[in-house]
Write a protein that binds this ligand. Sequence first.
Ligand SMILES: C[S@@+](CC[C@H](N)C(=O)[O-])C[C@H]1O[C@@H](n2cnc3c(N)ncnc32)[C@H](O)[C@@H]1O
Length: 306
Amino acid sequence: MSRIMALRAAGGGRSRGTRGFDATVAQPARVYDYWLGGKDNFAADRIAGQETIAAYPAIRSSARANRAFLARAVSYLAGKASVRQFLDIGAGLPVAPNTHEVAQSIAPQSRVIYVDNDPMVLSHGRALAVGSPPGVTAYVDADLRDPGAILTQAAPILDFTQPVAILLLAVLDYLADLDQARQIVARLLAAVPPGSFLVISHGASDIDPDQTAEMIRRLNKHLAEVNYVGRPHNVVTRFFDGLDMVGPGVVKVTQWHPRSEIEHKAPAALWAGVARKPDAHHPNQARDHHPPQNDPGSMCRGKTRS
Ligand SMILES: C[S@@+](CC[C@H](N)C(=O)[O-])C[C@H]1O[C@@H](n2cnc3c(N)ncnc32)[C@H](O)[C@@H]1O
């Protein structure tokens, strides 16, 4: 069994913005669980789930495709990229295969920290006692809007002189303020050394735009504390500015190295990408070639497409 730890904000209290438990109001983690066909949700979440599915039935396959992307990206990072440290923020309720399961199956010594501000995610995470030594799996009760608290709590577990993969999957969507979201990504990237990676998946506003807009309108009617926003391809791409994109760049979540033609063609309304923080003295400032579609080892410098 790997070492599983649950960490709290310094002082034992909640870090800024961490939510309390409320079964009567839909929560992002539990609605997502409903879309995935899980059982960790309440009536309020199911109503939100059903109304959003009615507006955009492909939200279910989008959620499944997002989990499949998580597994493929972590598999690439732990395998070909030899990353041994993972900071999975907005981790959600456990759905196998989870980040630590994928990473530790490839490199048992992988150290994985899950971060979420939903208390139900934390309690389920504590119960998830699987893995293999000498890996470490920890859960941090913190809010993405307070990256300093996340980094402080991660510091006893992660060695910030060594590469870290920062995973932000389907969570920047819950930061309606784009400038704030960009600043948070920049703050996290500043804390990790060259050779670290950024992985993002993000709800798309420019895939099936009419249906997704209605789905989002219905979802936000049910979410009390946060607003979900979809963003277009060029805006999601800009989160990777200054990084070396892993091929094929920012693509539909199903098209990032799909393992089958069926996976490639499945409906999904999310953009996704993986990028590497370049070495300090990178020889080229802005390589603009596009790497071969099927080579996740190929890279080009992330840049704005708008
Ligand atoms: C749609 S789920 C995504 C789960 C997982 N990352 C995935 O892609 O499968 C979004 C998660 O982000 C969490 N979340 C939303 N806003 C957050 C915030 N400000 N800080 C930390 N977690 C947040 C929610 O509680 C939820 O668990």
